[in-house]
Ligand binder design. Structure first.
Ligand code: ADP
Ligand code: ASP
Ligand code: MG
Length: 407
């Protein structure tokens, strides 16, 4: 008998009919004799609806109250699914994150899980019940409701699977696995049978929202067997796994992209020690995450230009801060651009192969796409380009690297 943790995302529980279909699926697993813990998201669109309600009252709602509000989405789904299970004669119990002691830090809207006390869940499983847990939420030490960041139900599922040493954590969603790139942008994208934790981490952090990055981090750290599958059709899905010795490595496993880039440039700052700190200090003090950074070589020997990227949501705030720094430093000009995107190639095979960057740049050049920034690591290359070139760029690269074919 195995212990399986299953997570069903927003679309998979998007209506009462779909919730009933999920119940059917869970019952089939139970009938095999497995213990099943189910984590569910809010019904699709619900979390956005709740956020918009709050924003219609206040432009920047208090993060604590936003958590109280957003967590209600998942609470609806756990109850409906448990009712659907009971209707089928399958004993079930629903729990909020707090009720099963998902303890987090107090960083509202982006809390991190610190510990899970699985006693209550185990007790129910021993009584033959299916346990249905609300994803995306926990409580801090003082009992305040917290949420784990958008897409956080994935992390709830993996954390529960890790805490309970589950045999597998299955993430059921509206695609039948992890693809070479988002199949909604490239219809020729190919489902991968397996992908390494390392590659999946890069894909997730570079914008592939099929799994929340923290869930992959958790799964890698605690060695949780993790699989992405379709809730609508049967199939093997994609297994996220460790890199195996001798495993034939694809040069490129996938293409990730991120539509939320914004770029800021400060021109004509003194080329002297401490300037990077003066520019980026106020930005990080305001909790704005900086992604790529480029500092040019001083042409006239005394001043230089400095460019960095942030999330689009932080653009206005970063621009205000940079304008302030600019007057303090006597810079020549501040420029901003919030219609940019980032496209990244990811693959562990890159480690041992040269020439990938040049093929990437040539492909983009052939399409007349101007590259505004470049950044590389051992297993990825990212470029920043104008938003209007996103689809064209991703499709051209997918074709150039023949990602539609198995190698
Ligand atoms: P859920 O609501 O089930 O959590 P998400 O919308 O968070 O589902 O994630 C699934 C979506 O991720 C897919 O519909 C797909 O458009 C998108 N996606 C982005 N990149 C990829 C990829 N490389 N492989 C598969 N899906 C991807
Ligand atoms: N409902 C939350 C969201 O929309 C969490 C999740 O779906 O994973 O972000
Ligand atoms: Mg998701």
């Amino acid at each position: 008998m195995a212990l399986i943790v299953q997570k069903y995302g927003g679309t998979s529980v998007g209506s009462v009919e779909r919730i009933e279909q999920v119940a059917e699926k869970v019952v089939r697993w139970r009938e095999r004799g497995d213990d099943v813990v189910v984590v569910v998201s809010a019904m699709s669109g619900e979390t956005n609806r709740l956020i918009n309600l709050a924003k219609s009252i206040h432009g920047r709602p208090a993060p604590r109250e936003l958590d109280v509000l957003m967590s209600t989405g998942e609470q609806v789904t756990i109850a409906l699914l448990s009712i659907a299970l009971e209707k089928r004669g399958c004993a079930a119990r629903s729990y909020t994150g707090g009720q099963v002691h998902i303890l987090t830090d107090s960083a509202h809207n982006k809390a991190r899980i610190r510990a899970i006390d699985d006693q209550r869940v185990r007790g129910d499983l021993n009584l033959g019940r299916v346990v249905v847990v609300a994803g995306f939420q926990g409580v801090d030490e003082l009992g305040n409701i917290t949420t784990l960041g958008r897409g956080g139900s994935d992390t709830t599922a993996v954390a529960l699977a890790a805490a309970m040493k589950a045999d597998e954590c299955q993430i059921y969603t509206d695609v039948d696995g992890v693809y070479t790139t988002d199949p909604r942008v490239v219809p020729q994208a190919r489902r991968l049978d397996r992908i390494t934790f390392e590659e999946m981490m890069e894909m997730a952090s570079l914008g592939s929202k099929v799994l929340q990055i923290r869930s992959v981090e958790f799964a890698g750290k605690y060695n949780v067997p993790l699989r992405v599958l379709s809730s609508f059709e049967d199939g093997p899905g994609t297994l996220i796994t460790y890199e195996e010795e001798g495993m034939e490595e694809a040069l490129i496993s996938g293409i990730a992209f991120n539509r939320d880039e914004a770029q800021l440039t400060i021109l004509g700052v003194p080329d002297q020690p401490g300037v990077a700190y003066k520019i980026l200090g106020p930005i990080s003090d305001s909790n704005i995450e900086v992604d790529m950074i480029v500092q040019n070589i001083a042409q006239d020997g005394s001043t230089t230009d400095f460019t960095f990227t942030v999330h689009r949501n932080d653009f206005q705030r970063a621009l205000e801060l940079l304008n302030r720094t600019s007057s303090e430093l006597g810079a020549r000009e501040v420029r901003g651009n919030e219609t940019l995107v980032k496209i990244s190639l990811v693959g562990v095979g890159m480690r041992s192969h040269a020439g990938i960057a040049s093929t990437m740049f040539k492909t983009l050049a052939n399409e007349g796409i101007n590259i505004r920034m470049i950044s590389t690591s051992e297993i990825k290359i990212s470029v920043v380009v104008d938003e209007k070139y996103l689809e064209l760029g991703v499709r051209a690269l997918h074709e150039a690297f023949e990602l539609n074919k198995t190698h």
